[in-house]
Design a protein around this ligand. Structure first.
Ligand code: DGT
Ligand code: CA
Ligand code: CA
Length: 364
């Protein structure tokens, strides 16, 4: 078989960079994009931060309170609420540019995609670096964004490579450099080997990639089961046959209902909400999706809409998570004393498709 050549493209500090694009004067300040939870001024977590803020230890998931503390001395710091609609529009524009360069284009998430370019560049790695640089240039010219690109013969290595040098990186892993490239990594750098697996391996004294490489497939299967064991065995050798699968973004899936009566009663609304969650979950499962954002919408009797959404820590397709999060959102919205509610909706977004290898990574 001819050499495959696959690119993984990941935009740098995506939400924060989007904010810099619409307000370039932010570029010299720490920029922190926040998911405020509305329980008080500073409750909530950091969605992402630009690289200046990261120098102060401000990263995704940190509480806003801590982020402010760490940036105390930077009086020029900017804390902004996440504006998903804007980020989606920037993403759409960027993805449309990238797509043109691919034989096969696979959308992974708002700031991430795989491109199979094997045919287009006639299986030639020299041309792969060239096309990657062209993509970066075009993205920068047309959207003013930087991204990091990983190039290799498969998805696994390209994903690791795009993260290898950030921001504005370009890393090519040539076929004869694979084992050297992998040996210098940490175990956790390998996509699909999560914290739990790492802990389990550490219990056995396996702390480096080369320790891990010494394990035979039988031991790995014994520890992690056939599917995951085989995955790890191959991954540390840089082997991955997953095809780049044509996939476009599904923006969101939602369900909406007109209530039997107008109401602002929590229990009444909850009952309708749980029914919506059931219906929505059926679609999520059928389409093999995982979601990261849950939102609800109230249409009031004057037909005005109120919406509220929350980002979860990890993508999931769990009905329980959907119910729990949407009930929480409903409570918070009723605390704000809306008018009587006429229509109620629940939606999920930031969707990813679960299948093949990514199925495995969900077990870790
Ligand atoms: P990087 O490392 O330069 O690629 O930085 P980001 O910010 O692009 O990080 P990435 O690619 O892991 O995630 C893409 C976007 O997803 C990011 O801009 C914000 C969002 N995100 C990532 N992690 C979290 C998190 O833990 N919580 C929340 N709320 N959002 C997150
Ligand atoms: Ca990114
Ligand atoms: Ca990403």
């Amino acid at each position: 078989m001819k050499q495959r050549i696959i690119l993984h493209i990941d935009f740098d500090y995506f939400y924060a960079q989007c904010e810099e694009v619409r307000k370039p004067e932010l570029k010299t300040s720490p920029v922190v994009v926040c998911m405020f939870s509305d329980r008080g001024n500073d409750s909530g977590a950091v969605a992402t931060a630009n690289y200046i803020a990261r120098e102060y230890g401000v990263n995704s998931g940190l509480s806003i309170k801590f982020a402010k503390k760490r940036l105390e001395e930077r009086t020029d710091s900017v804390f902004l609420p996440a504006d998903f609609e804007f980020y989606s529009s920037v993403s759409e524009k960027s993805m449309n540019i990238i797509k043109e360069f691919a034989d096969v284009f696979e959308y992974v998430g708002r700031d991430e995609a795989y491109l199979d370019v094997s045919k287009k560049i006639e299986h030639d790695f020299k041309r792969a670096s060239h096309i990657s640089q062209q993509i970066k240039n075009k993205i920068r010219e047309e959207t003013k964004l930087t991204c990091s690109v990983g190039v290799s013969g498969n998805k696994l290595l390209s994903k690791i490579a795009s993260n290898y040098k950030k921001p504005d990186g370009l890393t090519v892993v040539l076929p004869d450099r694979i084992s050297q490239f992998i040996e210098d990594l940490e175990i956790r750098d390998i996509h699909g080997i999560g914290g739990k697996t790492e802990e389990r391996l550490a219990e056995e004294g396996i702390k480096t990639i080369s320790n891990l490489k010494d394990l035979d497939i039988f031991s790995l299967v014994q520890m992690f089961g056939r599917k995951s064991g085989t995955y790890i065995f191959n991954a540390v050798r840089g082997i991955d046959d997953e095809p780049v699968t044509p996939r476009a973004p599904t923006a969101q899936i939602g369900k909406i209902v007109t209530l039997k009566k107008d109401s602002d009663d929590y229990d009444f609304l909850e009952e309708a909400l749980l029914q919506l969650c059931d219906n929505l979950n059926a679609v999520i499962i059928k389409e093999n999706k995982a979601f990261k954002i849950v939102g609800i919408q109230l249409t009031q009797i004057d037909l005005s809409n109120k919406t509220k959404s929350r980002m979860l820590k990890n993508p999931t397709s769990s009905l329980e998570m959907l119910q729990k999060t949407s009930k929480q959102l409903l409570r918070e919205m009723l605390d704000d004393k809306p008018d009587l509610v006429r229509r109620l909706g629940v939606k999920v977004s930031d969707l990813t498709t679960i299948e093949g290898q990514s199925n495995i990574t969900n077990y870790f």
